[in-house]
Design a protein around this ligand. Structure first.
Ligand code: HEC
Length: 140
């Protein structure tokens, strides 16, 4: 291996080792930290991380570039629990959103959603909060 190649490999390792995968400052909240661990293990492979992607990606990006923040909490939590059926219009070979209702309990599903929210802008969080208040039965 040439010196340049060795340097490139080392750099890759260093950068991969040091770059935060999530770009969140919410890890102080234990629920968010748990949500992050769940996300890394169960969601990241399909949905990607904190940055990049476009609003039309399938699987959708959950970060600020995607459309997850357009949907109310109750709808997102239902999708995480129940998955989504295959539908016409999905690109050839697209994966299916699996149901996590058995693998993750209610608190886990809520935690992963709270972690996803750390990627949104303040405006997106406020807008999504209003959508949630309009659509979900919040028990008040
Ligand atoms: C095997 C790949 C795969 C995995 C793993 C996966 N998803 Fe998905 N998910 C998808 C696909 C594909 C869609 C879009 C389906 C569609 O458009 O009909 C989707 C859609 C969603 C949606 C609704 C769309 C939106 O606006 O965000 C949510 C919420 C979601 N996934 C959350 C999660 C969470 C949370 C996890 C981990 C606990 C997860 N997904 C794991 C493939 C996956």
């Amino acid at each position: 291996m040439t010196r340049a190649a060795v340097t490139a490999v080392l750099l890759t390792v260093v950068v991969a080792g040091c770059t935060p995968q999530d770009g969140t400052d919410g890890a102080a909240d234990p629920a968010v930290a748990r949500g992050e661990a769940i996300y890394q293990a169960s969601c990241m492979g399909c949905h990607g991380g904190a940055a990049g992607g476009t609003i039309s990606d399938i699987p959708p990006r959950h970060n600020a570039e995607g459309h997850t923040w357009h949907h109310a909490d109750c709808d997102l939590l239902d999708i995480i629990a129940d998955g989504l059926p295959d539908r016409p219009g999905l690109p050839e070979g697209a994966p299916t959103m699996p149901p996590f209702g058995t693998a993750l309990d209610t608190d886990d599903r809520q935690a992963v959603l709270e972690f996803i929210k750390t990627w949104w802008t303040d405006e997106q969080r406020e807008s999504q909060q209003r959508t949630t208040e309009q659509i979900c039965d919040l028990g008040r």
